[in-house]
Design a protein around this ligand. Structure first.
Ligand SMILES: NC(=O)c1ccc[n+]([C@@H]2O[C@H](COP(=O)([O-])OP(=O)(O)OC[C@H]3O[C@@H](n4cnc5c(N)ncnc54)[C@H](OP(=O)(O)O)[C@@H]3O)[C@@H](O)[C@H]2O)c1
Length: 353
């Protein structure tokens, strides 16, 4: 029933009209300076990410798009600026591009270091970019299976670099407003058994025959696990406590944006795309679902921390066996520790190198 309701969801309750103005030097940041709110979206120049950026921009947000193609970014800027979608009273913010190829870990640190030297705060980050069903054997520059490396490993590295700024922003912001959104999918319910991640052969390098959907599904279970684990770490690390509850920490949520008409199916056959077209929804609805996770007041409540959003903007439940892995086999912590070791060489301190 839950799967069906995720595949054929009802109309969104949270829409453009519910998103407040995001501009205004209304917030304190370092050294008592007043700063604009800042939003970062990976893969923000197409598909779901583009719709997230469209709304953020026209509601006055300072939007940073992380991606690898300048041409795609420039096309998106024209599209976003000329088309406010369903926002009647556009209050344009700003858009900028940070060049990162998530399939090459060496591109992340230099670009993000340069970005961090320029921005004073980071309010919400959407780890949205993704690749699905490339030919079996496709790999990242560092030799990771392409979907695992792009969707999970690279976003983890990015998150490690952004964490200090997220934490410092949260410390000076109302509780629940600073968030990390990990984009998952209904596909995580098809991730490998018993717990969603094939820890014995995470890159499927030793597995003789497999289909690329299994590594896509695993990568989307990875997003769920990292959201859960970071939620725990974030609460545990929160400095402020009031009425027995932690405050001013970063909220971490995973999101299934829905099944949508985007470029994600670029590697799928024409026939499959033709057939799927009948059950896919406009990408705007996926954008609203990701925005619900990042901006809705209720998703900023502590009860939502570590939770899962389903289309088109509701609280959902992750697959039972993936949840069981989190509680019985500590899969979130296990994945976190594994990735931490793996990305270490790519997250360096200039003084150490
Ligand atoms: N569409 C759906 O039905 C659906 C369903 C569930 C979940 N999702 C998730 O939603 C997210 C957004 O997907 P979408 O549907 O909007 O697909 P999309 O239109 O293909 O967008 C994916 C974005 O990721 C970027 N990307 C891919 N590889 C990258 C790399 N190596 N470095 C930097 N950026 C890279 C793409 O940039 P390039 O153009 O440069 O490749 C593109 O901007 C994904 O995480 C996907 O798994 C989508």
């Amino acid at each position: 029933m839950s799967l069906l309701s995720q595949m054929f969801p009802s109309s969104p309750a949270f829409t453009e009209k519910d998103i407040p103005e995001l501009s205004g030097k209304a917030r304190l940041c370092h050294y008592l300076l007043l700063c604009e709110r800042v939003y970062l979206v990976t893969g923000g120049y197409s598909g779901v990410g583009l719709e997230v950026c469209r709304v953020l921009y026209h509601r006055g947000g300072q939007v940073i798009i992380v991606g690898r193609s300048q041409e795609s970014y420039e096309t998106a800027v024209k599209d976003i600026k000329s088309n406010p979608g369903r926002i009647a009273d556009s209050k344009p913010g700003s858009l900028e591009w940070v060049k990162v190829d998530l399939a090459d870990l060496t591109t992340i640190h230099p670009a993000i270091e340069e970005l961090l030297a320029r921005i004073e705060r980071l309010d919400v980050v959407w780890y949205n970019a993704g690749v699905m069903f490339p030919p079996v054997g496709s790999k990242t520059k560092q030799g990771y299976e392409l979907q695992w490396g792009t969707n999970v490993v690279a976003h983890f590295a990015l998150h490690k670099l952004l964490t200090p700024l997220l934490i410092s922003t949260a410390a000076s912001s109302p509780t629940g407003t600073v968030r990390a959104i990990w984009v998952s999918s209904i596909a995580h319910t098809r991730s490998p058994k018993p717990y969603g991640i094939n820890f014995d052969d995470i890159n499927y390098a030793e597995t003789r025959r497999f289909l690329s959907w299994i590594t896509y599904a695993q990568s989307k279970a990875g997003a769920v696990l990292l959201a859960d684990e970071y939620a725990k770490q974030s609460v545990a690390g929160a400095a402020v406590e009031e009425d027995g509850r932690k405050k001013n920490h970063v909220i971490s949520i995973s999101v299934n944006p829905g099944n949508l008409k985007t470029n994600l199916r670029r590697y799928s056959s024409r026939l499959s795309n033709f057939l799927f077209d009948f059950i896919l929804y406009p990408q705007r609805l996926g954008g609203l679902t990701e925005l619900y996770g990042g901006l809705a007041p209720e998703t900023g409540e502590e009860e939502f921390n570590g939770g899962y959003v389903i289309p088109f903007g509701r609280k959902g439940e992750i697959a039972t066996y993936v949840k069981k892995g989190l509680t019985e086999a500590c899969t979130g912590k296990k994945l976190w520790d594994l990735l931490e070791e793996e990305v270490k060489p790519y997250i360096y301190n200039r003084c150490e190198s």
